[in-house]
Ligand binder design. Structure first.
Ligand code: ATP
Length: 296
């Protein structure tokens, strides 16, 4: 099993409030092999982002959360790690790309300075000159042809697409083992989003980076992911290689999601399968299916 970059086992998350604990992840298990691109797909509020934030070790530290289960990253349990060790992993062995590139960048420092800070996380003694050289190479990798100008610019002086490339270059600059990508580019127009996904795809393939790709857009997932997990209300309801899942979706929620992807051949939501395996969670009606049909 040492080809696994990430393995989540029975991961649960609850937010505490004055009225008691509200469990939002009900025991998620998933794994990502070295160099594998895995998508976590589900509607808004299903638990995609909180899963990523647990992997990044960001929710374990909050007083209002209760996290249980195993989060094994490169053989070590993130839930059991010291705060210091968890911090040290971020931006080095794992990094994250968010939906809106411009808000991920600091508006008051030039891009070059931000690159320097990123590279210092891995090598505290790196010189400004070496950092600049590495940053130029990283920008070159994301097809930015005038890296010197970009390094001297502020985020607001660059286009959204350019900022997205900068963010991808920064996220991969320290050659992380795992990239968490939360719908990168959804804040941009579709052409730019497609271009940046293509770039990201080529780069992770080049470096053998494992990816957890978070999305509600199955059209994009189909292009990008090797394997897909479908999350519904804090439960994984289906998983499989991307081609298999698209060819033969088993769970009614997956079918409902797929029916929202435009198809040349057309077609509506297929019939519900007759047998569905046991899932236990709070149930609500969804897209014409009864609660029980979706989560049984
Ligand atoms: N800080 C918080 N306090 C309480 N509940 C929270 C908090 N953050 C998230 N949640 C709840 O956890 C659940 C999962 O949220 P999450 O953000 O992971 O959804 P998501 O699938 O990423 O949705 P989206 O696609 O809209 O980002 C939701 O019910 C949300 O309301």
């Amino acid at each position: 099993m040492n080809d696994l970059t990430l393995k989540l086992t029975d991961l649960k998350l609850a937010f505490r409030s004055w009225s008691g604990a509200n469990e939002v992840l009900h025991g998620i298990s998933l794994h990502i092999r070295k160099g594998e691109r895995v998508a976590l797909v589900g509607e808004s509020g299903s638990g995609k982002s909180v899963t990523a934030r647990i992997v990044l070790g960001m929710l374990q530290e909050l007083a209002a959360t209760r996290v249980s289960g195993d989060v094994i990253f490169e053989g070590e349990d993130i839930n059991a790690m010291s705060v210091k060790k968890r911090h040290a992993l971020r931006g080095t062995r794992m990094s994250m790309i968010f939906q809106d590139p411009t808000s991920s960048l600091n508006p008051v420092y030039p891009i070059g300075q931000q690159f320097f800070e990123v590279l210092k996380r891995r090598d505290r003694r790196i010189t400004a000159a070496d950092a600049r050289k590495n940053a130029i190479a990283a920008l070159d990798d994301v097809a930015i042809h005038d890296p010197e100008r970009v390094l001297d610019s502020y985020a607001f002086q660059l286009s959204g697409g350019m900022n997205q490339r900068v963010v991808i270059a920064m996220a991969l600059a320290n050659n992380p083992a795992l990239l968490l990508a939360d719908e990168p580019g959804t804040a941009l127009d579709v052409t730019v989003q497609a271009q940046t996904l293509k770039l990201m795809s080529a780069l992770v393939a080049k470096h053998g980076t494992s990816v957890l790709f978070i999305s509600h857009n199955l059209g994009v997932v189909r292009e990008f992911a090797d394997r897909v997990y479908v999350i519904y209300k804090g439960n994984i309801v289906e998983q499989g290689p991307t081609a298999d899942l698209f060819a033969d979706p088993r769970h009614p929620y997956t079918r409902a999601l797929l029916s929202a992807v435009p198809r040349i051949s057309g077609g509506g939501i297929p019939d519900l399968p007759e047998d569905m395996d046991g899932f236990h969670a709070p149930l609500i009606a969804h897209e014409g299916y009864s609660e029980g049909e979706l989560l049984k």
